[in-house]
Design a protein around this ligand. Structure first.
Ligand code: PMP
Length: 387
């Protein structure tokens, strides 16, 4: 057996040293010690993939459709997405100047878009608190990530973004419904962001991976999750299948927007991911025809449980969707979020400190991807720690 040659680790790029995973790793290591924890840290849904979607995926494998698909995606899925986008955000995908690509997860779409647009030193504005991948994409593409402080209400408004723009800014990345806060921006807030980006010649990228998980009070007048894409098409819309249909491991998402950008993302995909997993693409055609409303209603009810549990003990800007809440550790406790989360683990509850998603260590992320019984127990314990 060859001995691993640790002395060669100086070969590692600066890029990997700049990406810090210690916070999230520490949170998971602490949690791993527990035998039967109340785990409110999970960033993926806890429901089974709908039977029709499983069937279509298995059929694809059994019918020997296991080769590469076209780089941009299985034509049947591309068609289904085009129709879906027409119905949802009103884009006419017959137009030559709009296009769509199926990607290996939403993460794949994010990476390809950053690679297609950014040169070293270019800048991207993202909200703080942020989804952890966003800040890692900076070193991965040699770009600078500028954080837009959105405390205490977690709204990434045009007013907050504007002062951060300069002549190196190429992307404003917005995520609504948001991870880790669950905040859903209003149609007006998103339009203002899109108008700001358009007026400054900046690409707005809208990561809408949680679009289906938008609670009724936060839907726009079309009955959908508010999206800047409804009314703007000089932007990149990114969505996924993993959270919506409970198949995060299948690695499937898509990006839609200007053809000049999608075609370059396809070029990069051709020489990197090659294509998204073929059997998952076959399943996703069925997924787009599946009614997920009962699941969404159930998640909404769980979100209400969270709001009710904390309403009189701490600050919690009410989540409008996604599968999270970002709860403030009350100042009167005199503890950082990291300390609070360590104490929670001592009481068998796993939640993730805000420092993993933010410059601040004042809140914790709680996931509602846990059954109602466990969620209720966890909420009682966390609430008890605040009273
Ligand atoms: N964007 C956000 C906001 C997310 O929360 C996640 C997953 N946690 C992703 C993108 C990545 O999703 P995927 O599994 O589709 O790559």
């Amino acid at each position: 057996m060859p001995v691993p040659c640790i002395a060669m680790n100086h070969l590692l790029s600066n890029r990997v040293h700049e990406i810090d995973v210690s916070g999230i790793r520490r949170a998971f290591q602490l949690g791993a010690k527990l035998e039967d924890p109340i785990n409110l840290s999970i960033g993926q849904p806890d429901f089974a993939v709908p039977q029709s979607v499983k069937r279509a995926t298995i059929d694809a494998i059994e019918q020997d459709h296991n080769g590469y698909t076209l780089t941009a995606g299985n034509p049947l899925l591309l068609d289904a997405i085009r129709t879906h986008l027409g119905n949802d955000v009103g884009w006419d995908m017959e137009r030559d100047d709009l296009d769509v690509i199926v990607t290996s997860g939403t993460s794949g779409a994010l990476l390809l878009s950053f690679m297609a647009l950014l040169d070293p030193g270019d800048e991207v504005v993202v909200a703080d608190p942020y989804f952890v991948v966003y800040t890692a994409l900076g070193p991965m593409t040699n770009a600078t990530i500028r954080l837009c402080d959105t405390y205490p209400d977690f709204r990434m408004t045009a007013e907050r973004v504007e002062p951060l723009l300069n002549d190196r800014t190429k992307i404003v990345l917005v995520n609504s419904p948001a991870n880790p806060t669950g905040i859903v921006l209003s149609k007006q807030e998103l339009d203002e962001l899109a108008d700001l980006c358009r007026s400054r010649g900046i690409m707005l990228i809208s990561d809408e991976i949680y679009d289906l998980f938008t609670w009724p009070d936060h839907l726009d007048e079309t009955g959908h999750c508010p999206s800047p894409a409804r009314g703007h098409d000089d932007m990149l819309l990114i969505r996924g299948f993993g959270k919506t249909y409970g198949c995060t491991g299948w690695r499937l998402g898509f990006a839609a927007g200007p053809s000049w950008l999608i075609s370059e993302m396809a070029k990069l995909q051709q020489y990197s991911f090659v294509c998204a997993p073929s059997m998952a693409q076959a399943g996703a055609v069925a997924a787009l025809h599946t009614d997920m409303q009962p699941i969404v209603d159930r998640y909404h009810a769980r979100s209400r449980m969270v709001v009710d549990a904390f309403s009189d003990v701490t600050e919690l800007p009410e989540p409008g969707g996604a599968i999270y809440a970002f709860v403030e550790v009350p100042e009167r406790l005199g503890r950082t979020a990291t300390q609070f989360c360590e104490e929670a683990i001592n009481r068998n509850v796993i939640v993730i400190p805000g420092s993993v998603f933010s410059e601040r260590d004042t809140h914790f992320r709680l996931s509602i991807a846990a059954d109602e019984g466990k969620l209720a127990q966890g909420l009682e314990i966390l609430r008890g720690m605040m009273t």
